[in-house]
Design a protein around this ligand. Structure first.
Ligand SMILES: NC(=O)c1ccc[n+]([C@@H]2O[C@H](COP(=O)([O-])OP(=O)(O)OC[C@H]3O[C@@H](n4cnc5c(N)ncnc54)[C@H](O)[C@@H]3O)[C@@H](O)[C@H]2O)c1
Length: 267
């Protein structure tokens, strides 16, 4: 029997969280830091990165802030290189950066689709490839990508191409898991349901712009998609699953897409 009890401790480990400037990524950064990891807060929004770093340090944790556009492989690898150089290790990489596009399948413009693919799919791919290359020499590592319940099945207008990119994230997670399997590196994804982050406020803006009531739209979305539609799913709920996937308790889990969505997907 393994000599462990359920206690997650990342003291001495180095974690990089892409898309940690707010929302789900920020919550993941906080949970990893609380468990002792030195956390590199990486995001397109430099001001947000600095603010999250400041809050983490004020709370007594170890953190650094780095601006990055995840759609650019060189920038992603440079963040990992900095973390590795400064701490002499790289244990955890979270590819959480994402954007949403609300145009219908027919009306979405090529530029919007291109940016969605570059940030959501290529961004996660960049994080996986760069992390694998750097983790392989250590024969150790955990990578988690943020997908979505929208990547599980097509939803109605507004989530069409977003869901397409998240299905890509689920697929690339499996491909990366194969690539890491011989080197003791686990690669998984989490599929959140509906969390009222800035991303969802943007979705509600679009509903409001068509004359719908904001709060009624929020309640309807929960009711429509989420069996446990209590409306209280928080960014931390995703972070807890990420923590588990990064811990030794998940050493035998790889290539999975874990639904943390109040039952929206039951596969
Ligand atoms: N909120 C939800 O209901 C929900 C549901 C399913 C999946 N997700 C996914 O969870 C992840 C986090 O979403 P959130 O709800 O916290 O949204 P959010 O908009 O609050 O956070 C996304 C973060 O990613 C950053 N980002 C965007 N483009 C970037 C780029 N090119 N390079 C680096 N950083 C970039 C943003 O600046 C932001 O800090 C996303 O991948 C999203 O698709 C969210």
């Amino acid at each position: 029997m393994k000599n462990m009890s359920m206690n997650i401790n990342f003291t001495g480990q180095t974690a990089v969280v892409f898309g940690a400037g707010r929302g789900i990524g920020q919550a993941i950064a906080f949970e990893l830091a609380k468990a002792g990891a030195t956390v590199y807060v990486a995001d397109l929004l430099q001001g947000n990165c600095e603010q999250v770093k400041k809050e983490l340090i004020e709370a007594g944790f170890n953190a650094e802030a780095v601006a990055v556009d995840v759609s650019d492989y060189e920038q992603v690898d440079a963040v990992l290189a900095k973390a590795e150089k400064e701490t002499n290790r790289l244990d955890i990489v979270i590819n959480n950066a994402g954007i949403v596009c609300l145009s219908s399948f027919i009306d979405a413009e090529a530029e919007e689709i291109d940016r969605l693919i570059k940030v959501n799919m290529i961004g996660a791919n960049n994080g996986c490839q760069a992390a694998l290359k750097r983790m392989i020499p250590y024969n150790h590592g955990k990578i988690v990508n943020t997908a979505s319940f929208a990547g599980r099945r097509a939803l109605q207008a507004g989530f069409a191409h977003y869901g397409m990119t998240k299905a890509g994230v689920i697929y690339l997670t499996q491909a990366a898991a194969y690539a890491g399997a011989d080197y003791n590196i686990n690669v998984n994804s989490v599929c959140p349901g509906i969390i009222r982050s800035d991303m969802w406020e943007k979705i509600l803006d679009s509903y409001e712009a068509t004359g719908q009531d904001r709060e009624a739209s929020w309640k309807n979305s929960l009711k429509k998609f989420i069996p446990l539609g209590r409306g209280d799913q928080k960014a931390e709920d995703i972070a807890y699953t990420v923590m588990f996937l990064c811990s030794p308790y998940a050493d035998h889990i790889t290539g999975q897409a874990i639904n943390v969505d109040g039952g929206a997907s039951m596969d």
